[in-house]
Write a protein that binds this ligand. Structure first.
Ligand code: NAD
Length: 500
């Protein structure tokens, strides 16, 4: 048996039963703290719909306590007055600890979110990489000197906002949690993070490891619970200096309104309806596996999923044939069987996919292919078969709305201008993929498409620790990942000295 197969076997065993019956507390000021109300929430494994452990159901008093702890740590200046190199070293140690606990974290992530083992495995590798990246970046943020009048010297510094509040979703808890924690802490902020009530265990566990890595108490606090309770208490908290939110546009609006009431800045990472554009000279052999993976990765529950496929009309038949073969062969199954895709996160998400299927049927939009759900997948799980539709009118909800499931819409185009119009013809602008061997056209397209990231002859749904990531239009504002995140996680101070 290969090393990889053996690793998958042990990981599968662990992911089948990990955290069974465990009760998780909040992490506040370096301590495990139950919700003040004593209330708990069940965490449901999406593979079988069964509760397997419990988390704290936090409300305003818990958020108050976490914000106070972060404020105390910030004002005490233990963290912000450490040298940037020392902060970086703590984050680098955390990267090593995440690596050391890789299998445990991957098993937790897989059971908690329902994602297949190899995806959870990749996500934990990425989480460690975020800590490594921001650990290394902490002492490489520099200011400018500004030429001014004779007798003056002016310079800029990047300083932490203070206490950052962060609300993150359930689809990539480890990766999104790590990128927020890494960037916020590298800049010297103290953080209160509210993960999603559907999946949050990897964040809780990484926060425990942060303590081992030497990150002082109060610098990183985790409060779990419902969005309407813990989430809204955090976004509206007057003790927060900056808010980062990743999630749905609807909740993003609420968070931004709350931030406006407190006059604090935000970064919002919202949804997408990202196109992949196949021109007549595209390398189909290379493109087809990437196109397929970009919509089934995480069962399509990826903000940057490639959910629209714009196909030059001359290629339509060939692409249709190849994708039908690929989609028909796909199987959804429980997380620990490491199938092509796992279940959706919840019954609510499964109902959402069903409602789009109905909308497609109402307009007679052809189903070109559908994969299957494993016949012995547990009855209580939230499974959806991957589905390929086409041709889909660009005005239909299938092409306009973020479905957040394994549903790909094929849309034909005649020429470059029509491809641009279609690519830009939704409210979103997160990621795009352009497939062509014509270098000049690829750059024209990259400039014309309004999206935060444009891949040429490739596609990275969610990937790229080093790459600034964020939206145009209704996909949000501000940037996470890469060095760009450090700019958003800090405030610019200008110092002007008259020295004669
Ligand atoms: P969601 O907006 O319902 O939840 C996200 C987070 O917000 C959760 O922690 C939730 O508890 C919290 N929340 C819910 N109601 C709240 C409220 N009233 N006040 C404060 N917080 C509240 O989104 P979701 O269903 O968890 O995630 C799916 C959405 O997130 C999709 O639209 C997807 O595109 C988007 N998303 C975007 C990115 C990105 O980086 N752009 C990444 C992942 C997910």
């Amino acid at each position: 048996m290969s090393r990889e197969a053996k690793m998958t076997e042990t990981l599968a065993k662990r992911a089948g039963s990990i955290a069974q019956g465990k009760v998780w507390a909040n992490l506040i000021d370096g301590e495990a703290v139950p919700a003040a109300s004593g209330k708990l929430l069940d965490l449901i494994c999406p593979s079988d719909g069964q509760a397997f452990c419990q988390i704290a159901r936090s409300t305003k008093p818990d958020v108050d306590e976490a914000v106070a702890a972060a404020r105390k740590a910030f004002e005490g200046r233990i963290w912000s007055r450490m040298t940037a190199t020392q902060r970086g070293r703590c984050l680098s140690r955390l990267a090593l600890l995440v690596d050391e606990h890789h299998e445990e974290l991957a098993a937790l992530e897989s059971r908690d979110t329902g994602k297949p083992l190899r995806q959870a495995d990749a996500d934990i590798t990425m989480a460690a990489r975020y800590f490594e990246f921001y650990g290394g970046a902490a002492d490489k943020i520099m200011g400018d000197t500004i030429p001014m009048l004779d007798g003056f010297t002016a310079l800029t510094l990047r300083e932490p906002h203070g206490v950052v509040g962060s609300i993150v979703p359930w689809n990539y808890p480890a990766q999104i949690g790590a990128r927020v924690i890494g960037a916020a802490l590298a800049m010297g902020n103290c953080l209160v993070i509210k993960p999603a009530e559907e999946a949050c265990l990897s964040i809780l566990r990484m926060a425990e490891l942060a303590d081992e890595a030497g990150i002082p108490p109060g610098v990183l606090n985790v409060v779990t619970g419902h969005g309407e309770e813990a989430g809204s208490a955090l976004s509206g908290h007057p003790g927060i200096d900056f808010l980062t939110f990743t999630g749905s546009p609807t909740v993003g609006t609420l968070v931004q309104k709350a931030a406006a009431d407190n006059h604090v800045g935000t970064t919002l990472e919202l949804g997408g309806k990202s196109p992949q554009i196949l021109f007549e000279d595209a390398d189909l052999q290379e493109a087809m596996p990437v196109v397929t993976n970009a919509i089934i990765q995480n069962a399509g529950q990826t903000c940057s999923a490639g959910s629209r496929l714009l196909v030059h009309q001359s290629l339509w038949d060939a692409v249709e044939e190849q994708l039908i073969t690929r989609f028909n062969a796909l199987t959804a199954d429980r997380h620990d069987r490491d199938a092509d895709l796992g279940p959706l996160i919840s019954s609510g998400q499964a109902d959402r996919i069903d409602s789009f299927m109905q909308l497609a049927a109402d307009r007679d939009i052809p189903v070109l292919a559908a994969g299957s759900v494993a016949s012995d997948a547990p009855d209580g799980g939230f499974y959806a078969a991957p589905t390929l539709f086409g041709p889909v009118p660009n005005s239909h909800p299938l092409a306009q709305d973020e479905i957040f499931g394994p549903v790909l819409s094929m849309i034909p185009f005649r020429d470059e201008q029509e491809a641009i119009d279609l690519a830009n013809g939704t409210p979103f602008g997160l990621v795009a993929g352009v497939w062509t061997r014509d270098a000049a056209r690829s750059m024209r397209m990259a400039r014309a498409v309004r999206a935060g990231q444009v891949f040429i002859n490739g596609y990275g749904a969610g990937g790229g620790v080093e790459l600034p990531f964020g939206g145009f239009k209704k996909s949000g504002h501000g940037r996470e990942k890469g060095m760009a995140s450090l700019l958003d996680m800090s405030a610019l101070k200008t110092i002007i000295m008259k020295h004669g």
